[in-house]
Design a protein around this ligand. Structure first.
Ligand SMILES: [Zn+2]
Length: 248
């Protein structure tokens, strides 16, 4: 296990190696805050279906970026056969600095209603026209006491419980009944989109995806005071379970 989780250059070296091995191009999202950002689109992806995965939108949540690359490395050439959009790290400056926000002080996960943030505009352009079966945003919480997730309410049966069960092999479910002022039951906050609330606080990535691009949307949180290896393993368990559910 690498302990260079905040080393963006190394992270991208690893993604370049995945790109070389699989023949999936590492595509640019342009430069923001002095760093080039990237995405990958597997050849198995068509305009409808597949999964959107993103990591590192908050720079102080390193298990997210570490999990996505570690999982991708484990797939080898099989990665080509999975229908995926992958965003390895959306806030490279934040990852290097170990801070949540961007150099300009923006919380990218409250900024998807904006049109003046280059990396977000690049993400929107990259996925334009795609309709996903599921979108999974990998996050961490420094107050976390276990794994929990947000599932936007739409399709049933819900998947949240199964995803936490998969993660529980590595980390417990967060027992708190209330997280960031919101009610959570057994590690799951399931919500409908309250447009007024998000007009006030700004649009998270999950809300934008729910409204425009994805049937299901999950924001997965691991507890950042726990061991990195366990947080990475928990995220990978969720990634694999979502892929299993989309493909069966
Ligand atoms: Zn976060």
């Amino acid at each position: 296990m690498s302990h260079r989780a905040h080393d963006y250059r190394y992270l991208i070296e690893r993604w370049r190696a995945v790109a070389r091995k699989t023949g999936i191009p590492l595509r640019s999202l342009g430069r923001t805050d002095g760093f080039e950002h990237f995405y990958l689109r597997t050849p198995a992806l068509t305009a409808s279906g597949g999964i959107y995965f993103s990591a590192g939108i908050h720079g102080d949540e390193p298990a997210s970026t570490e999990a996505l690359i570690t999982w991708a490395e484990q797939q080898g050439r099989k990665l080509r056969d999975l229908p995926l959009f992958l965003f390895p790290c959306l806030n490279a400056w934040g990852l290097v600095q170990n801070v949540r926000l961007t150099l300009q002080g923006a919380d990218l996960n409250r900024s998807f209603h904006r049109t003046d943030i280059p990396v977000i505009e690049a993400v929107k352009k990259a996925v334009a026209g795609h309709q996903f079966d599921a979108a999974v945003m990998l996050h961490e919480d420094y107050d976390g006491q276990g794994v929990y997730l947000y599932e936007v309410q739409r399709l049933q049966p819900y998947w949240g419980e199964a995803l936490l069960t998969a993660a529980r092999v590595h980390l417990p479910t967060d027992p708190r009944p209330k997280i960031d002022g919101r009610m959570v039951a057994n590690g799951i906050h399931r919500r409908r989109i309250d447009r007024r609330r998000f007009a006030r606080i700004g649009y998270p990535e999950a809300v934008w995806l729910h409204l425009e691009h994805s049937a299901r949307s999950f924001t997965v949180e691991t507890p950042s005071e726990f061991a990195l290896e366990l947080r990475v393993a928990a995220h990978i368990a969720v990634i694999e379970d979502v892929i299993y559910r989309v493909r069966r």
